[in-house]
Design a protein around this ligand. Structure first.
Ligand SMILES: Cc1cc2nc3c(=O)[nH]c(=O)nc-3n(C[C@H](O)[C@H](O)[C@H](O)COP(=O)(O)OP(=O)(O)OC[C@H]3O[C@@H](n4cnc5c(N)ncnc54)[C@H](O)[C@@H]3O)c2cc1C
Length: 434
């Protein structure tokens, strides 16, 4: 099955097209093979290239490197999350461990940016967890207590302050956290491609069809060749299940997003010329919405079980319509037709919001399933899985391995029934917030 993506993503369109794309066209042998060239795979390849400058490292992606979810996300580098799973993390200690991982993820991204002098429009402007519903005050008060206990600076805001800051009177209540970074996800992942060490060979538009571990080698079959590798790292995130990996512990979810054209000076004035901001929903299925530094509005308000390999244009158009309504609700004064592009992307979820970071066999490793916070955690896990696969140790690995493992999912058809029911329920609960 080929991974076919729409070509609508605004973040990708902002970048210069890449040249010198290599497709796998013959059999190869290597020391290391990494499947998937998003934040995780690129970070793993970069780290391995540094650890083993003389070994042969291949990195293969089914589409153009970085052009999966890593370019298609909303660009929030989060330090805290409110809705990140289907069972909320009520125990403070667990929540702290989770935020420790986010912190390490932020540090990993910042270190990369500093080391490679990356310009990815990083803005440490904090973030809002906002709702139009007064009754969500209860959820936010509980969340505020948690943040206070863990020392995260934040404040509770109401409609008038939010209207000033966001340029919309839609939200009645919010928690603003000082922590939280906005960035251009496409620029970040492009920089990771550019930073690949010389001993890493990248093959693109080359889908792994099947793989088999035979004693000390792993044979990986592609359309035009077989790669035999001594060690392999799977970094395919939302597609990890389609390769038969940890399939009882994760499932893919398809998200869609839209971005407007830059607002004109007049339009921007009409909403009060707010500074760049990012809002996350209080109810899990509500909209993520963001004002970029160049006056564009991004909105993501769908999450569903869909064919991971392709979304048809007509399906995408339907979702884009929902996003148009979402923007109109918040900014009624703006014209109807300002969405410039819409796109879909695949993420991976686990039942208890835990990530996958694992040695599956003596020479097979996997990292992924970030439940929507993969910019930082994906970068961190990519680097650390490379260290683990090289038999190395680090404080980061200890911390990652101290969090609970993903819990087991029920078999089909119960799994899909459960997910559909849960998503349906959450969608109804968040109807006003979409
Ligand atoms: C709309 C949307 C909004 C999001 N918002 C945020 C956000 O604000 N903040 C945040 O932190 N995260 C967000 N995420 C999630 C984030 O994008 C992911 O967690 C992150 O991209 C994961 O990185 P990755 O490298 O593990 O996986 P990916 O970027 O998905 O890369 C995996 C790669 O594997 C390749 N692949 C799959 N199967 C095969 C195969 N058989 N053979 C070869 N290659 C294969 C794919 O082509 C893909 O390029 C969002 C995602 C979406 C879609």
């Amino acid at each position: 099955m080929e991974v076919l993506n729409d070509n609508g993503c605004s973040w990708i369109k902002d970048l210069n097209p890449r040249t010198n794309i290599k497709i796998l066209e013959s059999n190869k042998n290597c020391d290391w093979l990494i499947i998937g060239a998003g934040y995780t795979g690129l970070s793993a390849a970069r780290k391995l290239g540094q650890i083993y400058p003389n070994q042969k490292i291949l990195l293969v992606d089914a589409q153009l490197a970085g052009e999966g979810a890593s370019s298609r996300n909303s660009g929030y580098l989060v330090d805290t999350t409110l809705n990140d799973g289907f069972t909320s993390n009520k125990i403070l200690e667990n929540y702290k461990k989770k935020t420790d991982i986010y912190k390490l993820g932020i540090e990993a991204v910042k270190k990369f940016i500093k080391e490679y002098q990356v310009d990815c429009d990083l803005n440490e402007c904090g973030k809002y967890f906002a709702s139009s519903k007064d009754e969500d005050k209860k959820i936010l008060k509980y969340f505020s207590d948690t943040l206070s206990k863990l020392g995260f600076e934040h404040n509770l805001l109401t409609n008038s302050e939010l209207t000033k800051r966001l340029g919309t009177s839609f939200y009645n209540i919010a928690i603003y956290t000082n922590g939280g970074i906005l960035l251009h996800p496409g620029k970040l992942v492009r920089a990771m491609i550019d930073a690949l060490p010389n001993n890493v060979q990248l093959f693109e538009n080359s889908t792994l069809l099947k793989w088999k571990a035979n004693n000390d080698k792993i044979a990986c079959h592609f359309k035009n060749g077989i790669i035999n590798s001594k060690k392999i790292i799977f970094a395919t995130n939302g597609f990890v299940k389609s390769l038969g990996i940890k399939s009882k512990y994760n499932f893919p979810i398809t998200l869609t997003a839209s971005m407007t054209r830059p607002l004109t000076v007049k339009e921007f004035k009409s909403i009060g010329e707010p500074k760049e901001w990012g809002v996350l929903p209080v109810r899990p299925m509500g909209a993520t919405i963001r004002m970029t530094k160049d006056r564009r509005i991004l909105i993501r308000n769908t999450a569903e079980v869909h064919n991971v390999f392709k979304m048809s244009q007509s399906d995408l158009n339907k979702r884009s319509m929902k996003q148009r309504i979402g923007i109109k609700k918040r900014f009624p004064q703006l014209p109807d037709d300002i969405i410039q592009s819409s796109w879909s992307g695949i993420v991976s979820r686990t039942r208890n919001s835990s990530q996958i970071f694992e040695k599956m066999d003596s020479n097979v490793f996997v990292a992924g399933c970030y439940n929507g916070s993969g910019i930082g955690v994906g970068t961190l896990f990519g680097e650390q899985i490379a260290i683990k696969a090289s038999n190395g140790h680090s404080n980061e690995i200890e911390r990652i391995e101290s969090i609970s493992k993903p819990t087991w999912l029920p078999p089909q058809p119960f799994l899909n029934i459960g997910i559909h029911t849960r998503l349906f329920y959450e969608r109804i609960r968040a109807a006003s917030e979409i």
